[in-house]
Design a protein around this ligand. Structure first.
Ligand code: SAM
Length: 222
């Protein structure tokens, strides 16, 4: 039987801190989330290898390093309301929920959203709301958000998401037409009609599929 707690601490030191995530709150959040409970049965032994893993519906649970990196650059505070697009397994939502007051998360695949909700309930998270839908439209009824984290790559930055940011709020999104390589962008709403954009480096994400700034249904990475 694998010692998951030991494996988790090792992963944080070897793969996350060493590769440049230094925010203590973020590292502690990753140390607290039992990733083995967010992967499919039979894959638990790979939960701490710092790689994406299949979760069904052709999707993947994100690599822990990128979850930590996005949480760090989102600069999440304990009183923040955070929107995540692309719930997937629910793992990143759990990490965000360790950092924020409340997390709202949207997934386009009903089966994944339901599975994530079950996992988040079973692991004891009470500050996360999961919804099925097209996240490129955001979640207007719950806006504004202090941070929005998009876990899939859009072809452009959805304007609607920017407008659901609080003043001072940060939107973290992988952007690019290429299915195999995108740029990680942080958009900060510095005033009602003023947004600042920063390029934070190259990444590779599954496509964001939706009406605004997303790919169409046929986009897929083989
Ligand atoms: N954050 C997840 C985790 O920790 O398991 C992994 C996310 S996975 C890399 C990306 C997810 O985004 C997929 O589950 C996919 O179905 C979802 N997705 C893609 N486009 C979407 C959209 N427009 N709205 C909501 N979810 C979307």
């Amino acid at each position: 039987m694998l010692d998951f707690e030991y494996a988790r601490h090792r992963m944080v030191e070897a793969h996350i801190a060493r590769r440049g995530v230094h925010d203590r709150r973020v590292l502690n959040a990753v140390r607290r989330v039992a990733r083995e409970q967010f992967v499919d049965e039979g894959l638990e032994e790979f939960a701490y290898e710092d790689s994406p893993l299949p979760i069904g519906s052709g999707q993947t649970i994100s690599q822990p390093f990128i979850v930590a990196k996005m949480a760090e650059i989102a600069e999440i505070e304990a009183t923040d309301r955070v929107l995540e697009i692309g719930t997937g397994s629910g793992y990143a939502a759990a990490v965000l929920a360790e950092l924020a007051e409340h997390v709202f998360t949207i997934e386009r695949h009903r089966s994944l959203a339901q599975q994530a909700e079950r996992r988040l309930n079973a692991t004891g998270y009470r500050n996360i709301e999961v919804r099925v839908g097209d996240g490129t439209k955001g979640w207007q009824e719950k806006a504004p958000f202090d941070a929005i984290v998009v876990a899939a790559a859009g072809t452009s930055i959805p304007l609607g998401l920017q407008e659901q940011l609080e003043i001072g709020g940060r939107l973290i999104i992988p952007v690019g037409e290429d299915l195999y390589s995108q740029r990680l962008v942080r958009v900060t709403r510095i005033a009602a009609n003023k947004f600042e954009e920063e390029d934070l480096g190259g990444v590779m994400f599954v496509p964001l599929i939706g009406e605004h700034g997303g790919h169409d249904e046929n986009a897929s990475v083989r």
